[in-house]
Design a protein around this ligand. Structure first.
Ligand SMILES: [Zn+2]
Length: 235
């Protein structure tokens, strides 16, 4: 991004970044809070994920342990559900909630849920977009005196940045739907009691807000680019 302060930065980017910081803080504190609440079933995150997949007829997804904090994810290309240290062997309401959410992604994959397919297809495009967009825009600025080439590079850079914005937008239904599936499955499974599922909902909605905040940050930066360079091209 362009690290100088103008009105678009103050009006668009800073509020989005504050939202992102707030959301990150909220998910960490909520996860911590419900990590201290032991589930009465005493199941670990990994056991809960296995049970939930079996209840949904899924037997070809393996479960692995991954290092890091809240690094849990489902890998559709390898059919692997990776759970972090604080989820895999932990028996808390928070751990089971996160494990159930990741299982939600495995269920989406097994059922051919279209937004997940789209998201998977978008991953390399979004990576390309976030890697190349800023260098292209900077090069475009350098070339802007010979304006056709400069403008083309800037436009292409903004378009590539747009791909990463679209990716964060497609991620939203995928994440919300995985959490919805997680709560519904847990309710039917007998793994958690109703009052424990209340805790799961709090953890998962805090996690969902971090995705909303990421989309807000991406959109704010995208709009800023359009405002800065949209005005510039009319000169
Ligand atoms: Zn997810």
């Amino acid at each position: 991004m362009f690290y100088y302060i103008d009105w678009t930065y103050i009006v668009l980017v800073i509020p989005a970044m504050i939202l992102a910081l707030y959301a990150q803080n909220k998910v960490n504190s909520t996860f911590k809070k419900y990590s201290r609440v032991a589930s009465r079933s005493g199941m670990t995150g990994a056991q809960a994920a296995r049970r939930l997949m079996e209840l949904n007829g899924i037997y070809d997804v393996s479960i692995e342990r991954v290092s890091g904090n809240l690094t849990d994810h489902y890998d559709p290309s390898k059919k692997v559900l990776r759970l972090s240290d604080s989820v895999y062997s932990d028996t808390s309401v928070a751990a089971i909630g996160v494990a159930a959410h990741e299982t939600g992604h495995a269920i989406q994959h097994a059922r051919g849920y279209v937004p997940l397919t789209l998201r998977t297809v978008m991953v390399p495009l979004a990576n390309l977009g976030s890697t190349l967009s800023m260098p292209l825009i900077f090069l475009g600025i350098l070339f802007s005196f010979s304006s056709v080439m400069g403008n083309t590079m800037i436009n292409l850079g903004i378009l590539l940045f747009g791909l990463s914005v679209v990716f964060t937008i497609i991620t939203l239904p995928v994440e919300f739907n995985a959490s919805r599936r997680a709560v519904a499955c847990l309710g039917d499974s007998g793994i958690l009691y109703d009052d424990e599922i209340g805790g799961v909902k709090k953890v998962l909605s805090a996690a969902a807000m971090t995705y909303v905040a990421s989309t807000a940050v991406a959109l704010a930066n995208f709009l800023r680019l359009i405002i800065i360079f949209g005005g510039r091209r009319r000169d």
